[in-house]
Design a protein. Structure first.
Length: 374
């Protein structure tokens, strides 16, 4: 049972600088935090995860029970649906939501049993033909949120049951016990899918024929049509728009930063560094390009640790890549750099994307501007 105390009184929402973020392939202590309510203090010894709904046997699993199952480690980028929202807000039109810049993402090693194995242990009672219409719904009742007394989300059951989708009930992050702000003692990890579905402090997994009824599944984290430009207009279409699942191919520039002064090397080049994310199931990233002339010409960046992506693509299909390029530029002020990524599925980042009221899933070119080159 959870202890009803909290580490903060208000939701903790923060991101590191993009420069710090791209320094390490595995994100350690600087990962972003996204919360809709206080962070609970939970007794991991007594915490249980209930598996119920359309299953043959309802299970009540302790952390030790989860650890006793075959453990699976997945390297994946976990990304807030609103990552890069600031760019949509400033380049396209005002949006509603936390003003995330480019660092509401982290790339980590997550370890725990596959959700598929847990559901097989419980025995899914639905015919396999119904899996594509059913859902695995996740819930945390311990931490109340700004808009509801609980937090939850769901994914299609056929994804939860896919061996190659790597959905896990994580008990470790980067080889260590989860920290409270990242979901201790158990959280769901759904690679390739918006981070809102990777429910923290998970207490219940329910197999059901409907999606989660939680506010953040039904009335948030959706790409609304571009003609929906107000909260009032959104009320008319929430039920008609599907919940955001897969995140699109993306990239961002971490070095140099906006408004910075950069020195060229002896050959007249400027060092540019950043990250790139594959689209949903289409990883890994296969190419990143950078432009110093507003997209007129592009040069291919070097993907760092390229060997592991090419020799073990299935292992790193959910992961980001870090990249760098040396771009020839003339001394000047007010310069701009752009980046664009391509993944193994052939998805290529475009100059911009369609505006939506909630400012989610923005994946226009990575950009940094107002640079002084000396």
């Amino acid at each position: 049972m959870a202890v009803f105390q909290h580490t903060v009184e208000e939701p903790l929402n923060r991101e590191p600088s993009s420069t710090k973020l791209v320094e390490n392939y595995v994100t350690e202590k600087i990962g972003y935090d996204r919360n809709h309510g206080p962070i609970p203090v939970i007794d991991g010894e007594s915490h249980r995860v209930t598996i119920d709904g359309a299953v043959r046997s309802t299970l009540s699993l302790s952390v030790a029970d989860l650890q006793a199952l075959p453990q699976h480690t997945v390297v994946c980028a976990l990304q807030c649906a609103g990552n890069r929202r600031h760019t949509m807000r400033t380049k396209l039109h005002e949006v509603q939501g936390v003003d995330w810049f480019d660092a509401a993402v982290m790339n980590c090693e997550w370890t725990g049993p596959r959700l598929r194995d847990v559901l097989l242990k419980a025995g899914v009672s639905l015919d396999e033909k119904k899996w594509k219409d059913a859902h695995a719904a996740f819930a945390c009742y311990t931490a109340p949120t700004e808009n509801s007394s609980w937090y939850g989300g769901s994914i299609p059951l056929d994804r939860a049951m896919r061996d190659d989708a790597d959905v896990i009930l994580a008990v470790q992050m980067n080889g260590e016990t989860l920290s409270p702000n990242h979901g201790y003692p158990v959280r769901v990890i759904v690679p390739g899918i918006a981070g809102a579905r990777s429910v923290k402090w998970v207490e219940r997994v329910t197999v059901q024929m409907t999606e989660s009824e939680n506010y953040y599944q039904k009335y948030d984290y959706k790409v609304l049509p571009p003609d929906i430009d107000s909260k009032e207009a959104a009320e008319e279409v929430w039920d008609k728009v599907p919940a955001l699942m897969g995140m699109p191919v993306n990239s961002a520039i971490g070095v140099p930063t906006k408004g910075s002064r950069v020195e060229r090397d002896r050959d007249g080049h400027v060092l540019v560094k950043g990250y790139a994310l594959p689209g949903c199931d289409s990883g890994p990233i296969t190419k990143v390009e950078v432009s110093g002339d507003d997209g007129k010409t592009w040069q291919q960046a070097t993907i760092l640790d390229q060997d592991k992506f090419s020799t073990e693509p299935s292992k790193f299909k959910w992961a980001w890549c870090l990249w760098e390029a040396h771009v020839r530029m003339q001394p000047s002020t007010g310069k701009k750099l752009l980046s664009r990524a391509t993944d193994q599925g052939g998805n290529q980042q475009q100059e911009t994307c369609e505006w939506n009221l909630r400012g989610v899933a923005y994946n226009g070119y990575g950009e940094t501007d107002e640079i002084e080159v000396v």
